[in-house]
Design a protein around this ligand. Structure first.
Ligand code: 4LI
Ligand code: NI
Length: 184
């Protein structure tokens, strides 16, 4: 079971590397890693389990965050009634198209690898089309918008060595372009 101690923190060089593309069929060890990453997200979103194991809640976790420089990230986005809005482990994901429309989380972004609060808007694309492979090598192309799109951009950034605060305007963290959508 993945716990906070297994999560690499800002300053660890693995978070700044470009992750390696995976080839198929996936080695069994990577399937296990993927299942553990998704299990972390589920556990972290369960108040009882999270409290018991001191897990910080997350909706996305990328392999470099557990020290593996491979192109894999798990995403588990719950909706307002706790229903699952998006659940997937993305392998070799790429953004193939993106809206000009910008969006940002109104409350800023957090990251399991960044312990300090870094306030400010993180400008993202409101809509994206991503292409990725599933754990069994199926090629998928899907469109996402709003919160799930923001989470996937944050996770895909991890595979490129980018952290959310890299995108925050250093001079004025709450400066964002006119017309940007703020997601509450
Ligand atoms: C408990 C149970 C307020 C502050 C609101 C919590 C179940 C921030 C938001 C959660 C903020 C769940 C989240 C992310 C933000 C803030 C991630 C709570 C877990 C909200 C996810 C990757 C950025 C993703 C919306 C500094 C660890 N997650 N909140 N950002 N939730 N969560 N990000 N922003 N301000 N980070 O953090 O998983 S994209 Cl689901
Ligand atoms: Ni992160």
């Amino acid at each position: 079971m993945i716990k906070m101690n297994d999560i690499t923190r800002d300053g660890n060089p693995v978070l700044r590397k470009r992750a390696e593309k995976l080839s198929f069929p996936l080695d069994a060890k990577y399937i296990k890693v993927a299942n553990e990453m998704m299990e972390y997200l589920k556990n972290s979103q369960d108040p009882k389990i999270a409290e018991k194991y001191h897990l910080r809640a997350g909706v996305g976790l990328a392999a470099p965050q557990i020290g593996l420089s491979i192109q894999m990230a798990s995403v588990l986005v719950p909706g307002p009634e706790n229903e699952i809005v998006f659940e997937e482990t993305l392998v070799n994901p790429v953004i193939i198209s993106q809206s000009v429309q910008v969006a940002a989380l109104e409350e800023g972004e957090g990251c399991l690898s960044v312990d300090k609060d870094v306030p400010g808007y993180v400008p993202r694309h409101d809509r994206i089309t991503i292409r990725y492979q599933t754990l069994d090598g199926e090629e998928k192309t899907i469109k996402l918008r709003d919160y799930p799109a923001i989470v996937c951009q944050h996770e895909i950034d991890h595979l490129k060595g980018t952290l959310f605060y890299d995108h925050i305007n250093k001079k004025d963290p709450l400066d964002i372009e006119e017309g940007a959508i703020l997601i509450g």
